[in-house]
Design a protein around this ligand. Structure first.
Ligand code: ATP
Ligand code: MG
Length: 255
């Protein structure tokens, strides 16, 4: 059965897109069929995989022009790309009945073709994130171990509870992981302890360290494994991939 995961944190630049791409490719390298959905009008996920001006994109599907048409980027790694025009969709949908369910309805015919579906959410808790939470089984929250990182996460957890209650009973927090981690920084270590004491075993053991190759790979239009397979970034994302596979074997615990 497909596992649909919304990668979300309304704080910007915490590593949502980087994680969606590299966990998707990591799982694909482990033999899984993966779909990545770019639900952000910044279209960073699409651009990072060298998808420019796609013929079929999520905005066209949200508008009802065509069903979702995933693009094969690597064998068994498909992408539903985004375009900047997606930013127009939110105001266009204000009068649409059931607008929270659009994504869920769109992916329903294809979701069982995959083992994992990652939805790369925008840095907001608006209509697209609501659509992602309505369509997902789990939410993954990437976080930087920085002062105030926990501030605001409360809002995300409240939104999750509301959506779970009203629209999607199965929704859970699937996991939290630290990105751009620097062990040498006392503050990073301190914040990590706070996050772990708050969220317990929801926090993945793997910490994604700061690694320049992760920031360079999108310029080459590549994931970290094809860009620099021996980098720290590739190592960390493969560790996290393995942890995800292990969790999904034993069954994740709910928050
Ligand atoms: N572990 C890392 N080490 C170094 N740079 C990183 C790391 N993870 C991400 N980056 C870089 O940090 C920036 C922000 O990452 P990313 O785009 O994945 O965040 P995001 O949460 O998706 O941002 P947004 O909220 O704008 O969608 C990017 O330039 C990315 O290449
Ligand atoms: Mg992003």
């Amino acid at each position: 059965m497909a596992k649909v995961i919304a990668v979300s944190n309304h704080k910007g630049g915490v590593g949502k897109t980087t994680s969606a791409i590299n966990l998707g490719v990591g799982l694909n390298m482990k033999g899984k069929k993966v779909l990545l959905i770019d639900l952000d009008s910044q279209a960073n996920l699409s651009q990072s995989l060298n998808i420019e001006e796609p013929e079929f994109h999520i905005y066209g599907s949200i508008k009802g022009i065509y069903p979702v048409q995933p693009l094969e980027v690597i064998k068994d790694l498909h992408v539903v790309p985004s375009v900047s025009e997606l930013s127009a969709a939110e105001p266009e949908l204000t009068a649409e009945a059931g607008r929270e369910f659009i994504l869920s309805e769109l992916i329903e015919p294809v979701v069982e073709d995959y083992d994992f579906v990652f939805i790369d959410c925008p840095p907001s808790l608006g209509l697209f994130t609501i659509n992602a939470f309505t369509a997902a089984d789990e939410i993954y929250i990437p976080m930087q171990a920085q002062y105030l990182a926990l501030q605001g996460i409360g809002k995300l957890l409240v939104l999750k509870d509301v959506i779970k209650k009203r629209m999607n009973k199965k929704l859970e927090i699937g996991g939290i992981f630290i990105t751009q981690f620097d062990r040498r920084k006392v503050l990073n270590r301190y914040v990590l302890e706070t996050i772990e004491s708050h969220f317990g075993d929801k926090v993945f053991k793997t910490r994604i360290r700061s690694n320049v190759a992760l920031a360079e790979a999108p310029n080459a239009g590549l994931d970290i494994f094809r860009y620099q397979e021996n980098s720290i970034g590739a190592f960390d994302y493969m560790q996290l991939t393995n942890e995800i596979l292990k969790r999904n074997k034993s069954g994740p615990k709910s928050l």
